[in-house]
Every structure is written in structure tokens, then in C-alpha cells.
Write a protein of this length. Structure first.
Lengths: 150, 324
């Protein structure tokens, strides 16, 4: 998905650059030719042609802008759910994995279930009980597994 | 710092807590200890972020849990340097540190007295009064803790955390009607908390299973609460589990008692067909969740293992009963 959007955006940028370059070249060529022409021909006929670009350059510019827009739209990340139950279900079902970006990092604003703190209650934690539970966990052999893993 | 440091560590599994605290010395060395706002060093050192101090706090809690008191002390020191010793939150944290390193109950009682002197000076110090209640609970004085917590919610009735704690204390004492009331207060403050809806359903279910009076009413209410939690959260394992348990129980008790309680005030008890259909839905959904989670399908890895195993056991027992 990303390489498609990147290549489409690149193509659009290339087209736009080409259109700009063509417009610049056209005006530069035109001004030198009009400078030489103006000495012999009348001014009124030339002034109208200076302002108008050839139609193909205009079309190229417009097409390039649309192609760039298309590429950028294709490259947007997946939309977040806006319905409460879908969003909550995603948190419960996928956990942290549902909220990782393409680099494999968890999103910065991911907090899991925001109401979980009503059940863990950080203001009221019983630190002695937690220590005891942790010591038991280590005694049961969880510590060796954890230590070898890390 | 890793992402799990930015959330309160109470619910982390022990392995993660151990890993965090094992890395604590490294983490402490790599993060800035003091951030001065007016000096040349600010030009090239990282800017101060609010997350940094949350991470210090969470790191300290993890270290205390695993018994790494030295690193916890360093965290506390740096927080004190930044915010000053008179900060309310830091007073509570310091008390927590002393609670954790206390050797016996006598030292704990000293800490309790310290809390009380702080509170007589400034009764509006919320973090310290919460610590005091927690310490009362640690010391086994549950009734005193409940009284103190009742005073606390009187003065601060919008504190959902305190109401939830009160509900839990009531449940430990077996006072279900009071616990239900407290949980309903939590739901008034956070009406979309799907886990609290499920919790209330569980407490109602416990009340319905323990008492003899108005069992059906409690169970019907529990049924509604579980349905609401599922409504708020797709594929909520805990909600479906509760729904299945409640409907199982209702299906056994409803046929005898379907006539008697029609005159009761409040919502009527759902009729037996609805309950049956809900039971079927819960069974289907639970088996889908278990199947997908056990086979490790992508997008279904967020459930906790213990919960999935429990759901599987419930399904198996239900299947065995229906075969018989």
C-alpha cells in the first residue's frame, strides 16, 4: 500500500516539475523571440500571445495536482474507529498490537482501556501486598523464567 | 524509556515489572536527573516533558514492587528535587515508600500517625488521605477504612476511584447492596466504562447467588448490566462470560418463580425466551472468541490467557451438562 502511494505521489511531483519547467521555458523563449520581433512588427498583435500558455502545459499542471492528491490520500494511515463500541472492542480484542504503527512502536497516545485505572486504582495501591505477591511469584519459579528471557 | 513505563504499573504482569526494575539503573543513568530552566545546558539537553515525571513515578512503583529499594529511592529523590517536598502527591509517594520498606507493623503505625499529622494540618490533601485509607486496609482495619472512605466520598463525591475502592471494600465484607450502590455512583461519573458495567454485573450476580431474597431481581439486573457492557464494547469476553453465567442461572430458577414477582416495582424480569436467546448468543460468541484466540488469529491476541482458559472451562462444563 505504501509503495503504491509513494510512487503515485512521485509521479505527480515529476509531472508538476515538468509542467513548471515547460512553462518557464515557454515564457523565456517567447520573450526573446518577441524582443527580436518587436523591432519590426507592431506591439498589439504580440501582447495577446505572451499572456497565454499552450493548452497542454495547463492540462499537465492540473493532472499533476490531481495525481499528487491521489497519492497522498492513498498514503493515509488506516482510519481510527469513531464508534465507541468498535473502538472499545478493538482495545479488548487486539490489545497493544492493534495500535502499533508501521515501525512496530505502540502509538504514543495508546492507553489501553482508560477505565482500567478504576479497577487497579493507583491512588489506593497496597504496596505491601504487591511485594508479597511478587515474592511469591519469584519463589514459584517465575523469576528464573523472567530473568532468562530478559 | 519503554512505553509501558508511561502507564501505572499496578496491572502489569510480574515478569514485566521485573524487567522494568532490572533495567532501572540503566534507565536512571540515561535520563536527566535535574532539568534546570535557566542555564546553558538547556540548549543541548532534551526538553522537559510531562511524561518524564510520570515515568519516574511508575518506575519507582515498579521498583518498590520488586524490592529494588535503592532505585526507588533515587526516583523519589529526583522527584523531590523537581517538585519540592511539600507537593501533595510527593507526600503520598514518600509515605508509600516508607510503607514499602517498613519492617513490621509498629513502623507502619508510625507512618499512619505521620499521615494523620499531615491531614490535621491540611485536611484537603487528597493523595495523603487516600494513602491513609489504603494503609488502614493493609493493617487489616477494614471497617475503619470503610468509615474513612465514606467521609472521603462525602467531601469529594466525584472521585470515581474512591467510589470503586469503596465498592471493593464492601464486597470483601459481603455487603452487596452497599457495594452495588457505590458502583452505581461510579457509573454516574463514568457512564461509558464497560469494565465497571461488567463489574457491577458480577457484584449483582454474587448478591443474587448468596442471598435468598429477591434472587431473581438481582440476576435480572445483572443480566442487564452485562448486556450493557457488551453493548459498549464489541467482543467483550468478560461481559459474555458473565452473561452466560447469569442466563444459565436464570434458566434454572425462572421456571419456578416466573409468576410471583410481577407486582414488584422496577423493571420486570425478562421472559424466558429472551433469556434463552441471550444464552445462545453468549455461547456462540464465547466459543468464537475462544477458538480464534487459541488459534492465535491476528487481531484476536489482546485477551488474557487466564480469561480465555476460564471461558473455555465454562463452555466445556455447559456442553457436558447438555449432553447428559
Amino acid at each position: 500500500m505504501t509503495w503504491i502511494s509513494k510512487s503515485v505521489t512521485g509521479l505527480g511531483l515529476l509531472l508538476l516539475t515538468h509542467a513548471c519547467y515547460s512553462a518557464h521555458e515557454h515564457s523565456a523563449l517567447h520573450s526573446t523571440s518577441t524582443a527580436s520581433l518587436s523591432s519590426m512588427a507592431s506591439h498589439t498583435a504580440v501582447a495577446s500571445t505572451v499572456a497565454s500558455l499552450p493548452i497542454d502545459i495547463s492540462i499537465e499542471t492540473v493532472v499533476a495536482v490531481f495525481v499528487i492528491c491521489l497519492g497522498l490520500v492513498l498514503g493515509t494511515p488506516e482510519l481510527r474507529p469513531i464508534q465507541w463500541r468498535v473502538w472499545a472492542g478493538k482495545i479488548e480484542r487486539e490489545g497493544e498490537k492493534g495500535f502499533t504503527n508501521s515501525d512496530g512502536n505502540v502509538d504514543k497516545d495508546y492507553v489501553g482501556n482508560p477505565f482500567r485505572m478504576l479497577e487497579s486504582r493507583p491512588g489506593f495501591i497496597d504496596i505491601r501486598k504487591q511485594r508479597k505477591e511478587f515474592a511469591e511469584w519469584v519463589r514459584e519459579g517465575g523469576g528464573t523464567a523472567g530473568a532468562s528471557k530478559s | 524509556m519503554s512505553s509501558s513505563l508511561s502507564h501505572p504499573p499496578a496491572h502489569l504482569p510480574p515478569a514485566v515489572a521485573l524487567q522494568l526494575s532490572q533495567q532501572a539503573p540503566v534507565t536512571l543513568r540515561s535520563t536527566p536527573s535535574v532539568i534546570s530552566s535557566y542555564s546553558f545546558t538547556t540548549l543541548w539537553s532534551a526538553a522537559e516533558t510531562p511524561e518524564l515525571w510520570t515515568e519516574y513515578e511508575n518506575l519507582m512503583l515498579s521498583c518498590l514492587r520488586t524490592g529494588d529499594e535503592q532505585s526507588a529511592g533515587v526516583c523519589l529523590e529526583r522527584l523531590t528535587e523537581r517538585f519540592g517536598a511539600e507537593n501533595e502527591r510527593l507526600m503520598a509517594l514518600r509515605g508509600l515508600f516508607q510503607e514499602a520498606i517498613a519492617k513490621d507493623d509498629a513502623t507502619l503505625k508510625q507512618v499512619l500517625e505521620e499521615y494523620e499529622t499531615i491531614l490535621t494540618k491540611d485536611p484537603s490533601n487528597m493523595p495523603v488521605s487516600k494513602r491513609r485509607i489504603a494503609l488502614l486496609k493493609t493493617l487489616g482495619k477494614t471497617t475503619e477504612a470503610i468509615t474513612a472512605l465514606n467521609e472521603f466520598v462525602d467531601s469529594s463525591p466525584t472521585d470515581a476511584e474512591a467510589w470503586a475502592e469503596l465498592a471493593d471494600l464492601y464486597v470483601t465484607q459481603g455487603m452487596y447492596p452497599q457495594a452495588i450502590f457505590a458502583l452505581e455512583e461510579v457509573l454516574l461519573i463514568t457512564p461509558y466504562a464497560w469494565n465497571i458495567h461488567a463489574r457491577l454485573g458480577e457484584v449483582l450476580f454474587m448478591a443474587g447467588s448468596s442471598g435468598d431474597t429477591s434472587t431473581d431481581k438481582y440476576l435480572a439486573e445483572a443480566l442487564r448490566r452485562f448486556c450493557r457492557s457488551i453493548e459498549l464494547c464489541d467482543d467483550y469476553l468478560r461481559g459474555y462470560y458473565g452473561l452466560k453465567l447469569t442466563t444459565n442461572k436464570l434458566l434454572t430458577s425462572l421456571p419456578q418463580a416466573s409468576r410471583q414477582s410481577k407486582s414488584d416495582s422496577g423493571l420486570p424480569i425478562p421472559d424466558i425466551k429472551t433469556v434463552e436467546r441471550l444464552n445462545e448468543t453468549a455461547t456462540a460468541k464465547l466459543s468464537e472468541i475462544v477458538r480464534r484466540s487459541v488459534s492465535g488469529e491476528s487481531g484476536w491476541e489482546g485477551y488474557e490467557n487466564a480469561e480465555v482458559i476460564a471461558a473455555k472451562a465454562l463452555l466445556d462444563s455447559g456442553a457436558a451438562k447438555s449432553i447428559r
